[in-house]
Write a protein that binds this ligand. Structure first.
Ligand code: DGY
Length: 427
């Protein structure tokens, strides 16, 4: 399996970064690159650092790390929405490379720290020192300009920023976004040429995705006054967990590069406390996104609500109730799992076992929870989840996602982060 995973990463390597998939995603994606670097560190350490360096070299002047860095000549397919659609060149502070204008969960500081721990050489320390101020600027952007709610959490302006594009968590906030499917017909989706349309977001979803990019791009990706003008504004538990994990990782990185870890520790504690205060629902015992346009928590019980378990300073009460939710029939976490962990409550009426983030099992969600279980000393459950991850790849290969009942492979068959995170759990 290790050989298959390394061959998958080698096959997706493209000069100075890894494409998530040669067909579906033929450019560099932000959070994919972080997960991929974690796996590369176990097998191709030089490439792990190169991966992160290439991504952070495309950081904008305001500190945002774009969710896509476009290859000038994509390895195989075309991708929609491509560089012309994003038109980053006209935005103030954008880098020379063509990029998107939105962000993704900031898992990069954690990736850099884990890569360093795997290969703690002088070369690695130099790379870490290069990354450190850039990772700090990324946090500053997310907790500064993107703190639309004013409480210290980052706010998302597009479901693509969550990484869980069509999660049922986004249905209520998306419902009020004007969707003109005629506009979409002016473009051509390429994803459905490479993957079964039944396993991808719908055309209606895409019409809204396009409308949201249109709205953000019209303001040249500026964040001033978003509260009064932008149609989609949410605080996401996974994204903000990543934000907190980043401060914990930055504290460790600061120590390694001779900087002061204190401010990072303080910020980490503040993010966890705010997450609990704003996104925890005692009625469900889990975390939920907050829709800033209505002020309400989104009721759907998705895997997003379990991810704060990855925070080492999550208070014991939340650890206990999130574990109860994870071990309930909704998600089926167990020391011996009989089915993979789903991305959405499998008892919900809108659970869809084939469709992208509306049910299928994903290795990055498994991996984040697996780390949380180990952090909170639930080694029995961590072992069960790890065994499930290994079995998925052993049976189906390095697929992008997996059927949450049968484990059959779905989406892209040679997916970067599946290979990378498997390497990490095997190491
Ligand atoms: C896609 O193209 O499906 C991506 O998730 C958007 O970033």
């Amino acid at each position: 399996m290790r050989r298959l995973a390394v061959a998958t990463l080698d096959g997706n390597w493209e000069h100075d970064h890894t494409v998530p998939s040669r067909t579906l995603y033929p450019h560099q994606w932000s959070w994919d690159s972080a997960f991929i670097a974690i796996g590369l560190a176990t097998a191709r350490p030089d490439r792990a650092w190169r991966e992160l360096r290439t991504l952070l070299a495309a950081q904008w002047a305001d500190g945002r790390v774009p969710h896509i860095v476009f290859n000038p000549a994509p390895p195989i397919g075309s991708y929609f929405p491509g560089p012309g659609f994003w038109d980053s060149a006209r935005a103030p502070g954008a880098p020379a490379a063509a990029t998107s204008g939105i962000v993704q969960p900031p898992v990069h500081a954690l990736a850099a720290w884990l890569a360093y721990r795997r290969t703690p050489s002088e070369r690695s320390r130099t790379e870490l020192a290069w990354l450190y101020p850039r990772l700090v600027a990324q946090q500053r952007y997310l907790t500064g300009r993107r703190d639309v709610g004013g409480a210290g959490l980052a706010c998302l302006v597009h479901p693509w920023e969550s990484g869980l594009d069509n999660s049922p968590a986004w249905d209520p906030p998306l419902a009020t976004v004007p969707a003109d499917e005629a506009v979409l017909r002016a473009y051509r989706r390429h994803d459905t040429a490479h993957a079964d349309a039944a396993q991808r977001p719908t055309d209606l979803d895409y019409a809204r995705y396009v409308a949201l990019v249109d709205a953000y791009r019209a303001g040249r990706y500026g964040d001033d006054g978003l509260a009064g003008r932008h149609p989609f504004l949410v605080e996401c538990p996974l994204f903000n967990t990543a934000l907190g994990l980043a401060e914990h990782a930055l504290a460790a990185i600061a120590r390694a590069v001779g900087a002061d870890p204190g401010p990072h520790r303080e910020r980490a504690a503040r993010i966890t406390a705010t997450l609990v205060d704003r996104l925890y629902d005692p009625a469900t015992g889990a975390f939920h996104p907050r829709d800033l346009r209505t002020g309400r928590l989104v009721p759907a019980r998705t895997a997003l609500g379990l991810v704060p378990l990855a925070l080492p300073d999550l208070p014991p009460r939340q650890v206990a109730t999130v574990l109860a939710e994870a071990c309930s029939p909704r998600f089926g976490l167990a020391a011996r799992m009989d089915r993979p962990l789903p991305s959405h409550d499998r008892t919900a009426p809108d659970f869809e076992p084939l469709r992208y983030w509306r049910g299928p099992s994903w290795l990055n969600l498994d991996w984040l929870l697996w780390r949380g279980l180990r952090t909170h000393h639930r080694l029995d459950l961590a072992a069960g989840l790890r065994a499930s991850m290994v079995e998925l790849v052993a049976t189906a290969g390095c697929h992008e996602y997996f059927h949450p009942d049968t484990g059959a492979g779905l989406g892209s068959p040679a997916f970067g982060w599946t290979a990378a995170l498997l390497l990490d759990v095997l190491a």
